[in-house]
Design a protein around this ligand. Sequence first.
Ligand code: IPE
Ligand code: IPE
Ligand code: MG
Length: 240
Amino acid sequence: MMEIKNLPRHVAIIMDGNGRWARLRNLPRIEGHITGIESVREVVKTTKELNIPFLTLYAFSKENWNRPESEVRKLLELLELYLDKDYPLLMENNIRFKAIGEIEDFPENIQKKIEWVMEETDKNSSLTLTVALSYSGRSEIIRAVKEILKDAKVGKIEDIDEQSFKKYLYTKDLPDPDLLIRTSGEKRVSNFLLYQMAYTEIYVTDTLWPDFRKKEYLEALADYARRERRFGTVKEDSSG
Ligand code: IPE
Ligand code: IPE
Ligand code: MG
């Protein structure tokens, strides 16, 4: 594996363009999602090989429930298939699987499967693979506010700061993403990790998700490596 300097610690990806990929080939949209799973596997494998400790994938948004019933149903089937098929791969590779989002929206059998994979992989330590499912950044923030109001321990307004607020987010155990990749050329965040992306570097590629493989991923990482992150400050000597 080639040496890349300045790797991000946490990569987040909006996996977009499956439908267009299928459309271009006169295939049903689901074929794009199926091939997209191959991209997931390749990106997960590469992330692990590079020793990047956190990868977060946007797989299904809260808004995606509004798609035609047949597409939603097939996506649920694919999710189940992925969990069944890739569970051994996660174990072999010491990968911890974590789901974020409103998991209670899913049918009970899928909820159970998600929880089971999370429990079984909980002790794995090489990479934390977080998958956003029925996720909405706004809902996550509203949910956090509700939890805070319920929580007697944080009764005092003065006790709410960035550090304590973070504990109420799904991502409480994750660092903020360093790099956000969005495929298929759309330049928007579509309700993903709104709070967490305050200083995330954004990389948009026209490549459609099913075509986004190791080569394209390494290009995104190389682009990130050249960025200068400032976090609102100035570069060492720009006093003139
Ligand atoms: C991303 O691909 C996968 C999901 C949102 C589930 P799309 O299904 O959004 O594909 P396009 O954007 O229509 O091409
Ligand atoms: C964002 O893609 C959600 C996921 C990739 C899971 P969408 O295709 O749903 O987003 P919009 O509708 O183009 O903003
Ligand atoms: Mg899309």
